[in-house]
Design a protein. Structure first.
Length: 55
């Protein structure tokens, strides 16, 4: 058995962990900005609904 073949799963795990960290660091700000925009939309919709129900 080759010595290099024993290390390939370890390298794959390291590469997968690095890829996961990069993906999370890129996607997390997108979800944060979406959440703040959604909160603003909920407030606007709530005000609109209140005005429609109680004129």
């Amino acid at each position: 058995m080759k010595r290099g073949s024993d290390w390939s799963p370890v390298y794959m795990v390291i590469v997968a962990v690095i890829a996961l960290i990069v993906i999370v660091s890129l996607i997390k700000p997108i979800f944060a900005s979406s959440a703040s925009q959604a909160a603003g939309n909920i407030n606007a919709a709530s005000d609109f609904a209140r005005g429609a129900i109680f004129p």
